[in-house]
Design a protein around this ligand. Structure first.
Ligand code: BGO
Length: 270
């Protein structure tokens, strides 16, 4: 059976460049069902049984743009065998926001840190081993433009597809984890174990599309709502902002542990 690898990343992360490098002229272009968002898939060079699915460029798995909805519907409904998440190494903070969400889906994830030619030229350093440890998945350095590391990244994703699913390493604050645990128990316990956390976080955020899909009984919703409200009162913010803010705190701690900028603290001479 074919192995399906979804290529996911922010706009401008180099996704198109990587897709072309991995598939060459072996591409099929169409539209995602019902929408005019372009759908591209192609066979991985020298691996006729590996299909690379190019997802729309997105910053998040929230339900607010057509691209986000298309990408996340594919990820949660079609469940590819692995996700190759391309991130821009010159802009880790913004790009890791999507990564923190992809690692919660219960699908094997491999992260390809792109633009490494620029990172190196700038004299900056990314500790790949530490990044990998913090994210709980394999991380590969690439330059999609120069073609370095690209086949290794794809082959790492093929390997990951055969291995265990990525387990998210991040915990939200106590009151949020408490609510998520209750939601898992009350609303998503019949789902496969590895999918429960992503759905529970989305329900905590009151994600309309997930709530529509789940069709939870009013009594269950009411019970869950009490836990969400308790977190909102304790943290003095709305549920969706709580999740966003805590993701950025996590990302800040990752970057602190694995990224060194060359010229930090030095005065510019220009
Ligand atoms: C332009 N290294 C470098 N240096 N650049 C890269 C790399 C890399 O590893 N990978 C991609 N780029 P897309 P999305 C451009 O188009 O693949 C560059 O949105 C330009 N164009 O060449 O399109 C890539 O699909 C004029 O740059 O990304 C592209 O994810 C001047 O990153 C850009 C400079 O790549 C986005 C760059 C007319």
């Amino acid at each position: 059976m074919d192995i399906r690898i979804a290529l996911a990343g922010n706009p401008n992360s180099g996704k198109t460049t990587l897709f072309n490098a991995l598939t060459g002229s072996n591409q099929f272009v169409g539209n995602w069902p019902g929408v005019t968002v372009e759908k591209k898939e192609g066979k991985l060079k020298k691996h006729s049984d590996v299909i690379i699915m190019d997802l729309p460029g997105i910053y998040s798995l929230s339900p607010y743009t057509l691209e986000e909805v298309v990408a996340r519907n594919y990820l949660i409904n079609e469940r590819p065998d692995a996700i190759l998440n391309i991130i821009d190494g010159t802009n880790l903070e913004r790009n890791l926001y999507l990564t923190t969400q992809l690692t919660e889906l219960g699908i094997p994830v491999v992260v390809a840190v792109n633009m490494m030619d620029v990172v190196q030229k700038n004299g900056d350093k990314i500790n790949i081993g530490e990044l990998s440890r913090q994210l709980g998945c394999k991380v590969v350095e690439i330059s999609a433009l120069k073609g370095t590391g690209v086949m290794e990244a794809a082959e790492e994703a093929v390997r990951a597809a055969h291995e265990t699913k990525t387990v998210p390493q991040h915990s939200f604050s106590g009151v949020v984890e408490h609510a998520i645990a209750h939601i898992e128990e009350a609303a998503v316990h019949t789902m496969p174990l590895e999918q429960q956390r992503w759905y529970a976080i989305k329900i905590f955020e009151r994600d309309e599309k997930v709530l529509e899909q789940m069709k939870l009984a009013p009594s269950v919703l009411q019970h869950i709502e009490e836990d969400i409200k308790a977190a909102e009162v304790e943290l003095d913010d709305d549920a969706e902002s709580i999740i966003t803010n805590e993701r950025y705190l996590y990302i800040a701690s990752i970057i602190k542990g694995c990224y060194r900028k060359k010229n930090v603290g030095k005065l510019s001479t220009s």
